[in-house]
Design a protein around this ligand. Structure first.
Ligand SMILES: Cc1ncc(C[n+]2csc(CCOP(=O)(O)OP(=O)(O)O)c2C)c(N)n1
Ligand SMILES: [Mg+2]
Length: 186
């Protein structure tokens, strides 16, 4: 499964969930699939989508918070997983698109091929941890997880391909923030 296909699987099932995106191609592919007010696109700050998602989950317990993360991003901020495991927000769904590379900057190898991120999530007390490779399997898992309490961690194994020339997020950072704040108020 390509990362853009995996992203589309989730996007097609979304309603009012708030989605915090890790930086890089994950933002661009989600923006291209469906640009939503409820999307917070992280620009620049690698690793922090999970920290922002955790903060939102604690502040907005009535809203479902989804994190679109990458393996390189998770590895940069592993402490965030342990903080999620300490606070155990029920409304948090953490999805990691794992291509075993820093895809957005030229496919340099990450260590997610040898270090099992799903085992770290289990140790960090996520209430449910899934690892999926196939699209249909991912569809079924995500449908179920959207209905369940968390914190849930889904590791989605994806290929390294990206589309040449895919659009960048065209909003300014101020617009991303303003739209997202109005989506939170809804
Ligand atoms: C602190 C910091 N280091 C490096 C970068 C450059 N950078 C942007 S995205 C990215 C790769 C992210 O990798 P991953 O989370 O695995 O996502 P992928 O691109 O593979 O989907 C890197 C290294 C950055 N933005 N910030
Ligand atoms: Mg990656």
């Amino acid at each position: 499964m390509k990362r853009k296909e995996a992203i589309k699987v989730v996007v097609d099932l979304l309603e009012k969930e708030l989605v915090v995106h890790a930086n890089g191609m994950i933002c661009r592919e989600s923006f291209t699939a469906c640009d939503r007010m409820e999307n917070f696109y992280m620009v620049g700050s690698m690793g922090l989508a999970s920290s922002i998602g955790l903060g939102l989950a604690i502040s907005l317990p009535h809203r479902k918070i989804i994190i679109f993360d990458g393996d390189g991003n998770v590895l940069m901020n592993l402490g965030s997983l342990t903080m999620i495991g300490d606070l155990l927000p029920k409304n948090l769904l953490h999805i990691v698109f794992d291509n075993e590379v820093y895809g957005s900057t030229g496919n340099q190898r990450t260590i997610s091929g040898t270090i099992k991120l799903e085992e770290i999530a289990k140790s960090a007390r996520y209430s449910r941890v899934e690892k999926v490779k196939e699209k249909d399997e991912f569809k079924n898992v995500i449908k179920d997880c959207l209905k369940c309490d968390g914190p849930i961690f889904i590791l989605v194994k994806v290929s390294r391909e990206s589309d040449e020339g895919i659009a960048r997020v065209s909003h300014t950072t101020e617009t991303i923030k303003r739209r997202f704040i109005s989506a939170i108020k809804d």
